[in-house]
Design a protein around this ligand. Structure first.
Ligand code: DC
Length: 230
């Protein structure tokens, strides 16, 4: 039987990590876990309980409520994709808004939040055969992952992709606002004290600024196949 491995994909926001991770998992018959969605779900909970908005953040209130937050994934039978469920409610749509994107980085900087989600992520990967994307997968969640990828692209390219995506979903946003959010999140995610975004020493860096989705997928699939065959 073919060996099953853990594939960790990290990188800046909107580098297309989730697209390639999803494609890879499908092709290899692996489970795909979008860890950003879990941080987004905690952020949505904090918003719903008025712990956070643009002008204030009651970190203690969120920390004290962590045991009440249950996050799981369920597969949408129409699309075959895993969607996020927060306290038994599917919130896949709500967590993808620009409003959540604007508040998620400070929430993800809280150590107690990270501890809870990292433990859950490690359990999900205990049997291998998993593709997980995020910011700290190769450095903290699975430092021994057989394959680590680190995705980059220019902020302009990433903001353009994200802007198109949000428009397609019917959100009323400006390009400037999306670019500001991408740059701001990069800054908070890579300068926070706990598990800052950085490339693991043994990660392979993929700059996809000038790659089509097909080129990127073929390049990464070839790398993954080599690692699995080893
Ligand atoms: O991948 P994303 O844009 O959906 O992630 C949302 C935020 O969650 C991102 O700005 C940083 C945080 N995050 C994190 O800190 N660690 C992860 N493993 C995944 C996401």
């Amino acid at each position: 039987m073919e060996k099953k491995v853990i594939i960790a994909i990290d990188g800046y926001s909107s580098t297309g990590k989730s697209t390639v991770a999803r494609q890879l998992a499908k092709k290899l018959g692996y489970i795909y876990v979008d860890t950003g969605a879990m941080y987004r779900a905690v952020t949505l909970y904090a918003m719903q309980h008025n712990f956070i908005d643009q002008s204030h953040f009651d970190k203690e209130a969120l920390e004290q409520s962590l045991s009440l937050i249950n996050i799981r994934f369920e597969v949408n039978s129409d699309t075959g994709l895993a969607e996020v469920v927060l306290n038994n409610k599917n919130v896949e749509k709500e967590i993808r808004t620009l409003e959540v994107s604007k508040l998620v980085s400070p929430v993800a900087a809280i150590s107690m939040v990270r501890k809870k989600l990292v433990e859950q992520q490690q359990l999900m990967g205990k049997d291998s055969g998993i593709v997980m994307d995020g910011r700290d997968i190769g450095t903290v969640v699975f430092p021994d992952a057989e394959l680590k990828l680190f995705m980059t692209a220019t902020a302009k390219d990433r903001a353009e992709r994200r802007y198109k995506e949000l428009l397609e979903r019917g959100e009323d946003v400006t390009y400037e606002d999306v670019l500001k959010n991408v740059v701001n999140r990069d800054h908070i995610d890579s300068t926070r004290k706990d598990s800052p975004l950085r490339k693991a020493e043994d990660a392979i860096e993929i700059d996809n600024s000038n790659l089509t989705l097909v080129e990127q997928f073929e390049q990464i699939l070839a790398i993954a196949k080599k690692v699995i065959a080893k």
